[in-house]
Structures are given as structure tokens and as C-alpha cells.
Design a protein around this ligand. Structure first.
Ligand SMILES: Cc1ncc(COP(=O)(O)O)c(C=O)c1O
Length: 400
């Protein structure tokens, strides 16, 4: 007798690649010892939170005896925190936004779920460039939506605007992008976003319901080689930014993020009302009081990104020397190299034999590649060099 719904039962049996790698990694670590296994499978930030987080906690502790310190609040968040976040985001996005444009959420994941619940009719579609963050498909299925994956451009994973246009149907409700991208490390340029904005404006004119552009940006703070992340708000009025402090403040477990609506969106207050309502009925109710008060103190601060820069350079050097083909990430903390031999599942198995854990690109809708997350201590990167080299040599040998 099945206790689970068929859908959740199916999802669980198919369980994600990341989950499988996690289990395989745990087994390898038990067998060979933690130190011997180079685990690049998880995107869990490992840097200490910046000092504002501790100051925020101290401030909360000093008020802990106030009766409402941890009480319910207005569902979109503390008004003062929304004000200060809006001011901060105005600077970050280069577009002036105000309190009523922003709702605090339980991470980017919570924000995305609120948004999808608020706007999707069952069977409506969300176009998303692939490869993409695995969870999008599951979030959509929570709300009866269908993911329409559209492959990004071959090679460097830029947006394929023509393919996105071809994917439009009368059921399309949203285009969901993620920049800097997990897993590819790509950042979409001003030109790409302008083209996408123009396309969406045309599509909106023909659609009976508004089409939204949603930009998921938890890695906005982490860019390399002087790359910048242009704001979608500059290119399309019906745009929404969803993000969090999981990565820039190393607060992933604290579940604090936000949804930001374009200040000139014609149906902005209706959508905000919908978001506040779905935040409530999905059971989030409001973003955590602790998280809100922490970010109030820590806004504008971030983890020491020079550590990620150093790790990116080290890993690029190791992969380059071993002969891997890849585009160094412009942002985020992932590499997405080509799998030597072409079969990503088989190649990650070979890497596993060499005690290096990576996730097959197939798990992100990007077969033929594999993902490496560099939120790992430097020594893990240093120790991985021989394993990467041997795995490459084994492919070379089998080709002979
Ligand atoms: C692209 C992307 N979007 C959203 C999330 C969810 O982040 P959060 O912790 O803010 O819910 C992640 C987490 O890894 C991510 O990589």
C-alpha cells in the first residue's frame, strides 16, 4: 500500500543526481576516509558569514525579551527591513524600487514557489534555458506548471533567443532565467537581455495573459574577471527578480530571500497581493524573523569572495593541465566542463573510481558535461589534481 502520492513516489525513485552523488560520496568517504575523497558535488557555501551576521544576531539577542521579537509580522516582511532592502536593491539593480515592490521570502526557493503558485494556471508553461538548476522542474510541478526546456547555445551556453521564440505557445506564462548560472557559470549580457526583453514585449502584445520574465539571481555577488550582471529590470517591465542571501552571506540554512517586482509593472500591486497570499497559504507565512533581522544588519556585506576567485583559478589550472575542455565560469561557483569521451554519466563514474565526485550534466539537462562546485576547501582542489589527470588518461587509453 503506497502512502505517497504517485508523483512524489516517482520523483523519489528517480531521485536527483545530486542526491545520488551525495549517497555515493558518503559511501566512498566511509570506505576510504573523508580526507581521500574530493567532493565537488554540492553547492553548499563553506565560507564563514561576514561580521554583519554576527552583529545582527547580537542585536536580536539584546531584544530577545521583547514579547514580539519572534512574533508573526506582516506577511511580506518587517516594513523597515523591506524599506532598507529596497534601497539596497535600487543600488544593486540600477533601478529605483520601493518597499511595496519587494517581499521577503524563505530563500529564493520559497520566493519562486510563491510566484509560481500566484500566477500559473494548471498546464501553463515556463520556458527555461537548459542546462538549468534541477529544482525548477519540481517547483513547477508543485503548481501544475510545465517546464519547456530550451537548450542554450552550443559551446558557451548563451541564450538562444530564436529557440526561445519558437518555444512560445499560447500557454507560455513565464521565461525563467538564472544568471550567473548554475551549472554553467554563464552571465547573460546586456545584448542578450535586451533581445529577450524585446521578444517578450512582442509576445505579451499577442498574449491574452501577461508573460513574465523571471531572473533567479542568488549568485549575483560572485563574478570573475570584471564581469557584471546586467539587471533584467532595465529591459522589460513585466520582470521579476528572485534571489536570496544563501550564497553571499553564507546563510543557506537560514532560508532568507526575496521577490522583487519591476516598479513599473502595470499589475504590480495585484501581483504583490497574490505573492503575500501565496506566501501565507503555502505555509511559509513570512520569511524567518531571525533572517530578516540578520540581513537588516548585514545588507551590503558578503563573504570573502577572493577565496572563490582563488579556488576558481586553481581548479581552472588543474583542469586545463589535465586537458579538459571548459569555459571558465564568469560567475557562480561551478565549472561545467565537457565530459571526455562524451558520456557524462560514465565519465563521472570514472571520476568516482578516482575518488573525485562530480555531478553528470544530464542531471541539469546538459548531457555531455559534468558539474564541479568549488565551495570546497582549497586542499580538496589541490588533492584532486591526480584524480582528474588519471580519469582523463583512462579515457585516452580506452580510445587507443
Ligand atoms: C540557481 C539557484 N536558484 C535557487 C536556489 C535556491 O536557493 P535558496 O537557498 O535561496 O532557496 C539555488 C540553490 O542552490 C540555486 O542554485
Amino acid at each position: 500500500m503506497a502512502v505517497l502520492s504517485q508523483q512524489i513516489g516517482d520523483f523519489l525513485t528517480k531521485s536527483s543526481w545530486i542526491r545520488r552523488m551525495f549517497d555515493a560520496g558518503a559511501e566512498l568517504k566511509r570506505k576510504h576516509g573523508e580526507e581521500k575523497v574530493c567532493d565537488f558535488s554540492l553547492g553548499n557555501p563553506d565560507l564563514p558569514a561576514p561580521s554583519g551576521v554576527k552583529r545582527g544576531l547580537e542585536r536580536i539577542a539584546s531584544r530577545a525579551e521583547d514579547p514580539y521579537c519572534f512574533g508573526y509580522m506582516q506577511n511580506p516582511g518587517f516594513p523597515g527591513v523591506r524599506d532598507r532592502l529596497a534601497k539596497h536593491l535600487s543600488g544593486e539593480q540600477g533601478v529605483s524600487v520601493a518597499r511595496e515592490d519587494v517581499m521577503l521570502s524563505c530563500g529564493a526557493a520559497g520566493g519562486l514557489n510563491c510566484l509560481l503558485r500566484a500566477v500559473l494556471e494548471p498546464g501553463e508553461e515556463v520556458i527555461c534555458p537548459t542546462p538549468h538548476f534541477v529544482e525548477y522542474g519540481f517547483y513547477l510541478s508543485n503548481h501544475g506548471g510545465t517546464l519547456r526546456p530550451v537548450p542554450a547555445k552550443e559551446g558557451d551556453f548563451r541564450l538562444d533567443i530564436e529557440a526561445i521564440e519558437r518555444a512560445f505557445t499560447e500557454r507560455t506564462r513565464m521565461v525563467l532565467i538564472n544568471s550567473p548560472n548554475n551549472p554553467t557559470g554563464q552571465i547573460y549580457s546586456e545584448e542578450e537581455l535586451k533581445e529577450l526583453g524585446d521578444l517578450l514585449r512582442r509576445m505579451n502584445a499577442e498574449s491574452s495573459r501577461p508573460v513574465l520574465l523571471v531572473s533567479d539571481e542568488p549568485y549575483r555577488f560572485l563574478t570573475f574577471d570584471g564581469h557584471e550582471v546586467p539587471s533584467v529590470l532595465r529591459f522589460f517591465e513585466n520582470s521579476v527578480v528572485v534571489s536570496s542571501f544563501s550564497k553571499n552571506l553564507s546563510l543557506a540554512g537560514e532560508r532568507i530571500g526575496y521577490v522583487l517586482l519591476h516598479p513599473d509593472m502595470p499589475f504590480k500591486s495585484e501581483l504583490m497581493d497574490g505573492l503575500v497570499y501565496t506566501n501565507r497559504i503555502l505555509g511559509y507565512v513570512n520569511a524567518p524573523t531571525l533572517g530578516q533581522q540578520i540581513i537588516d544588519e548585514a545588507l551590503g556585506e558578503e563573504v570573502d569572495t577572493s577565496v572563490y576567485v582563488r579556488r576558481r583559478d586553481k581548479l581552472a589550472d588543474i583542469l586545463g593541465r589535465a586537458g579538459y575542455e571548459f569555459h571558465p565560469p564568469k560567475g557562480s561557483f561551478y565549472f561545467f566542463p565537457k565530459a571526455p569521451g562524451g558520456d557524462d554519466v560514465e565519465f563521472t563514474r570514472i571520476l568516482q573510481d578516482e575518488l573525485v565526485l562530480a555531478v553528470p550534466g544530464s542531471g541539469f539537462g546538459g548531457p555531455g558535461h559534468f558539474r564541479l562546485s568549488f565551495c570546497v576547501p582549497d586542499r580538496v582542489i589541490d588533492n584532486s589534481a591526480p584524480g582528474f589527470q588519471r580519469a582523463m588518461d583512462r579515457i585516452g587509453d580506452s580510445d587507443k
